[in-house]
Design a binder for this molecule. Structure first.
Ligand code: GLU
Ligand code: ZN
Length: 311
């Protein structure tokens, strides 16, 4: 593959300002493709109307710009791509890979072989597969008929990963009952449509990747390479939240911490550099994902206050 063919992306959901974990994924994704002369795309994952805030989109542009992260080409907005998702769903339907499901969340939880909580909530036991249990008058979601067997891939940071999707997740939703495409479907359709060759994102999505590989295969789309980066956590082990001003770019910038200071911090957490202020471009020479630290980073509030950061 020629270096110019490397394409990465950052795909935030506009649910608030970006926190340090989001930003570290953006920085590493940018470094990984830019170090090979590749293109870096930005996609707004705004399908979940209840959680997304349109004004957050401007905020995340500002956050990325403050850090010195740029992107190529037009920004894709998932909310504008309903037609593309419908076509992919239609293809799956024609090929008998999906079926309608009218189960409520509570029904799925009750029906899951008790108490069988999988990788992503209760495992769907296939109640509607045969069609007989459909509740007339209830809006139906579409579920992907998960084939038997173990899905395997090699993650650039985690090494070999495998998951038996049928047992760990069950048939999963590809179109919600309100007609909106699910995250799993939209992400694979968009990555393929944009020619993405490398998906770098937070570890929290590692268990989604086998589902996405199954969908790519069913849609006859090429699979990208995957790199899942460790999360950034609070000292109490909790995940960072976009509403916590102490750990968002917006909050730090407002307190006078500069963009390069934030980049220096994110880089140091990843095992790159000494934590001093630096620009993404200055981190490029010799960068490779192989150097990135594989353990979670813990935010050190006191050091953050002092403009330092984490251990
Ligand atoms: N929109 C997802 C998030 O903000 C990321 C999706 C992805 O990178 O595949 O968590
Ligand atoms: Zn069902």
């Amino acid at each position: 593959m020629s270096p110019a063919a490397v394409v990465g992306r950052f795909a935030p959901s506009p649910t608030g300002r970006l926190h340090l974990g989001n930003l570290r994924s953006a920085l590493l994704g940018w470094l990984s493709v830019r170090a090979r002369g590749g293109r870096f795309l930005l996609r707004i994952e705004d399908l979940d109307e209840a959680r997304c805030r349109p004004e957050a989109v401007d905020g995340l542009f500002r956050d990325l710009e403050a850090l010195g992260l740029d992107w190529d080409g037009p920004v894709l907005k998932q909310s504008a791509r309903g037609e593309v998702y419908r076509e992919a769903l239609e293809q799956l339907r024609r090929e008998g890979r999906v079926y309608p499901c009218t189960c409520s969340r509570a029904e799925v939880a009750r029906a899951a072989s008790a108490p069988h909580v999988g990788e992503d909530g209760p495992v769907y036991p296939g109640t509607c597969r045969a069609g007989a249990t459909m509740k007339p008058g209830r809006a139906a979601a579409l579920r992907f008929l998960v084939p038997e067997g173990v899905v395997r891939f090699c993650d650039a940071l985690r090494g070999p990963v495998e998951q038996d999707v049928a047992r760990a997740v069950g048939d999963f939703v590809v179109q919600r009952s309100d007609g909106v495409a699910s995250y799993q479907l939209a992400v694979v359709v968009d990555d393929a449509a944009s020619g993405v060759t490398e998906v770098l994102r937070g570890d929290d999505l590692l268990t989604s990747t086998p589902r996405q590989l199954l969908l790519l295969d069913a849609l006859q789309l090429p699979a990208p390479a995957y790199a899942h980066v460790p999360l950034v956590v609070q000292p109490d082990g909790k995940r960072l939240a976009k509403r916590d001003g102490a750990t968002t770019a917006a909050g730090l910038l407002a307190r006078g911490v500069s963009g390069p200071a934030i980049v220096g911090l994110l880089a140091a957490w990843s095992g790159l550099g000494d934590g001093q202020p630096i620009t993404p471009r200055e981190l490029l020479p010799g960068f490779s994902l192989a150097q990135v630290r594989r353990t979670p980073s813990v935010v050190d509030e006191a050091a953050l206050e002092a403009g330092g950061g984490a251990r």
